[in-house]
Unconditional design. Structure first.
Length: 290
């Protein structure tokens, strides 16, 4: 199932974990990285493991865990602590290339055996643009691991790594470097046949700004977006759910191609195979159980 919304929840906050359950997010990301102070990581690991264990019979939301980067000594300890809870997947931050997916996959394979879990059941979502080096390896993800479920991108860590004062210009628009990272993430995900997920919208009080950015991401080809506040989830879900008009138009496009022609006319426009594929994608998204 494509995830329209993934909500970050600090792994050391029982109150926020409970609140996240009812917001309608397709997935919760139980965070062990940026939102958890260093002296709370051990407690957060234990809380996340307990939370996962108490929600084993869940249908939704899916439960994912953001671990610490593989470049730190915390990552393997994170995985060792939470794998027994059988999360749906891990969110892997500061990924430098597909090699990181392979390494994380090896760790998970060993831990799944230790915990008696089905092999390969825990998926991986990579945050693929948070380091400067990552921008040069975006083509490496195709075929790297059957665990890879998707790619997302990040502007905040990348701008810090580049020493930028801001990742936006004087008009509030993303600077070129970050637009490039966004485009590379989208293209890399589609090349790897995994889900492209748009990054966070940091001003959680700006509902209209979030709505506009989410709709723009959906038009561009992203299939979902990360949320940092429960109030953002309904807006994101709406933006990435085909409307009744979208579905009706998609059905008309498919009907127009039913005779087997490679090019058809509809509403005064000539349509060819890319239009048919997009219509099929819209119907598949609309048919996904929520």
């Amino acid at each position: 199932m494509d995830l329209r919304s993934m909500l970050f929840v600090p792994g050391d906050s029982e109150r926020k974990l409970a609140k996240g359950e009812s917001c309608g997010a397709d997935a919760l990301v139980l965070d062990l990285e940026d939102s958890v102070p260093a002296d709370r990581i051990a407690a957060a690991r234990a809380m996340v493991r307990e939370y996962l264990g108490s929600h084993r019979a869940r249908a939704r939301p899916q439960l994912w865990v953001r671990i610490n980067p593989l470049s730190t000594d915390k990552a393997l300890a994170d995985l060792a602590a939470i794998t027994g809870g059988a999360p749906d997947g891990i969110l892997l931050p500061k990924t430098c290339s597909a090699d990181d997916i392979v390494v994380a996959g090896h760790y998970l394979s060993a831990l799944e055996v230790r915990e008696g879990l089905a092999p390969g059941g825990i998926r991986i979502f990579a945050v693929a643009t948070e380091t400067p080096a990552a921008l040069f390896t975006m083509g490496s993800f195709a075929g790297c691991s059957p665990r890879l479920a998707g790619l997302t991108w990040g502007a905040e860590d990348l701008s810090a790594a580049l020493g930028a004062a801001s990742n936006r210009d004087e008009n509030g628009e993303l600077e070129f470097t970050y637009r490039l990272a966004r485009s590379l993430c989208l293209a890399a995900a589609m090349a790897a046949n995994v889900q492209p997920l748009d990054t966070v919208f940091v001003d959680f009080r700006d509902s209209e700004g979030l709505r506009a950015e989410s709709r723009a991401a959906a038009r561009a080809g992203f299939t979902g977006k990360i949320a940092i506040h429960p109030d953002q989830v309904p807006i994101i879900n709406e933006a990435f759910t085909p409307t009744a008009e979208d579905v009706a138009h998609a059905r008309r496009v498919i009907e127009a191609f039913a005779a087997g022609a490679g090019t058809v006319a509809l509403d005064g426009k000539m349509l060819d195979m890319p239009h048919l594929k997009q219509a099929q994608r819209v119907l598949a998204m609309a048919a996904t159980p929520r």
